[in-house]
Design a protein around this ligand. Sequence first.
Ligand code: HSE
Length: 440
Amino acid sequence: MKSIQVGLLGVGTVGSGVFSVLQRNQSEIVRRAGRGIEIAMVADLDTARAQAVVGPAVKVVSDARAVIANPDIDIVIELIGGYGIAKQLVLEAIEAGKHVVTANKALLAVHGSEIFAAASRKGVMVAFEAAVAGGIPIIKSLREGLSANRIQWIAGIINGTTNFILSEMRDKGLDFDVVLKQAQALGYAEADPTFDIEGVDAAHKAALMSAMAFGVPVQFDKAYVEGITQLGAQDIKYAEQLGYRIKLLGITKKTEKGIELRVHPTLVPNKRLIANVEGAMNAVMVHGDAVGTTLYYGKGAGSEPTASAVIADLIDIARLHNADPAQRVPHLAFQPDAMSNAPVLSMGEVVTSYYLRLKVADEAGVLANVTSILAKAGISIDAVLQREADEVGGEGATQTDLIILTHDCVEAKMNEALSQMQVLKTVLGTIVRIRKEELA
Ligand code: HSE
């Protein structure tokens, strides 16, 4: 059978990986797909560089629309990124009846509903394994492997850049800016690294997983997003002393009231496997009612790990493109007419536990005042750590750090308690609050 013909838009880090893995593993891929998969045409603004990557046998153009217009092309891979021209090109490819493979989490998190609806109308597939956690087959796991379950929660380290930064800060005591530059040089970071460090990239991925786990629309716009830029090195140290690591987690949970969808720095007990995921590695925990807790670990970025996911999608399409569209696996795991309208909860409605650090005057009654506010709010304390003033501020210091871990409570209650504690005369600086998840 003739090889399926693929057009590639964007020959950057991932595009090069797709080309070389397809070449290297073609015979194994044919055994799996039942036919060859051939990159027949490539579009990149830097045609000379792209031609050098794909060799003289592949047609290289600068105009992506020439690839979409080519009637011989069955599948278009979009590796341009962003919401701009990439959105136009994906919609045009769908309109032209091409299947699409993309690694573009930003595009799908923001415009997924429109794109999947267009694809369903045209009877084509939009595959996006590479969009979440790079080489880890988490989309396939959620959509197929776990399809017997009522999924209850997902918690993942789904941004390699921030995990790399947190690991290096903790291990080597390096400054945030130094480590961010390293992550950029290593090719983990987004073109705009604020998407990584402010938690936006993780929220894109969490919104996609949430939709597939709970059969709700992709709702990135309703996600709570907090990055790692405000995280202090001393909190990483105190967390460690209390038996926790701080990770930037993407969390989505189904509760009786609705769906939690949030990204923020999180204390995780250091005995959990996920707490020990270091460097740019990704890991996703999924808890289903039948299977229990599962954990998926691997490289979340990089040329060949991401190419691994892109090519898995190509193989799926090569196998299924002639199938009746109604028999294919739905884009978001649930049948489009069976979606739920469970609301995404505001952060004030979320239930979680907390790490609090208060800079306090080292004098009588401070702890009593703070704990009485928490008690009145019905917030139960799990642990307290108070450092000797000398240890924190040096000989003769009159202030110290008071660290409190709480049990679960509704965030609105914690907000209220925090505003009362903040105005105590003995509380000397802005209180640090970091959420904590036991992930038991
Ligand atoms: N910037 C992303 C990360 C790349 O650091 O994980 C993969 O999506």
